[in-house]
Design a protein around this ligand. Sequence first.
Ligand SMILES: [Fe+2]
Length: 231
Amino acid sequence: MIMASAIEVLAKQAMKTFSDRFCQKSFDKLWSLMNKITTEDVKLDKNILDYVSRQPAPMCVMDIFENKDITIAIFVLKHGVTMPMHDHPGMYGLLKVISGAVELNSYSLKTKSDHVIKSNEEIAAVRHRPISLQSDSSACILTPSEKNLHEITCVEGPAAFLDILSPPYDVDEFGKGPRPCTFFKVVKSKLCTESADIVAEIQLSVIESPPDFYSSTLKYIGPPLKDYCNK
Ligand SMILES: [Fe+2]
């Protein structure tokens, strides 16, 4: 019998977790598997990281797997780059840094999770205390209501992180659909000192996707998942 690779075991657990009704135990197991993933497991080597530094795009994306329930991908940010503040509407997410270091700023909306954001409204949110993440840090979690928005700055680059999202973003070719990715900016901010986790009360407004932030694609060369996962 051939041993399944770590990424296969992870993908299988992600599918189990997100194809059924949400189960905390299954999610916890997924989180602990995610915490063990390394660059070797996905064959992300120095050549790839060097290539990212040399090419022009601020970020490179390596798609690993997608079906109707989950998306698995690796994002590689160049040194000093910030992935602008964006949301993951109605989605769960796990983010595990596997190389370099990032600073993660997370935000939770104060609106109900089924609230549809209009482009001209101001939205109340809270900013959580920023956290630094590197390859020995545990995976960060976002949920439909908690820390659903974030911005990610590469402080030691290139920085690579593995991302599992469920369900996937869902947009048509014109960028419209039930789960689009929306970008935001802070329009008002009031410091908050009474809470350990929340550092500010803020107001956000929707912005067009930032023109200077774009990505190019990288080919995934780690253990294949497609055949395995469709069984
Ligand atoms: Fe994100």
